[in-house]
Design a protein around this ligand. Sequence first.
Ligand code: THU
Length: 125
Amino acid sequence: MQDKELLDIAKAMCDKAYAPYSEFRVGAALLTDDDTVFTGCNIENASYGATNCAERTAMFKAVSEGYTHFKKIAVAAKDGSTAYPCGICLQVMNEFMYDGEVILEEDSKLIKYSVKELLPHGFIL
Ligand code: THU
């Protein structure tokens, strides 16, 4: 699976976002160690704190199906802005893909970071 392909899946997932409050639509596509793809979108709630980001939706779907280590996650926002993962999502990535990569888009170009670069000192037990 090419990075561009994963990013395109993330972009398509923006259309599944449930974001009536912020209207900021986010999609994610996650690649597991055995190249299975899990998708996610942000899911908002009238009680704003109950909102789930696209990245965590994808990761939690994967974990609930028995996958606990991921290689890459692509994240895209419908408005074309660069969808840097939030701190909570980075902490979840630290749990399941500390040695993985985050694929994003900036000015219509694919960019890549390691999870370590985005969260150099994630909490571990
Ligand atoms: N959001 C994500 O889905 N992923 C991120 O990395 C940042 C923010 C969502 C949460 C909320 O539904 C909306 O974007 C605005 O914060």
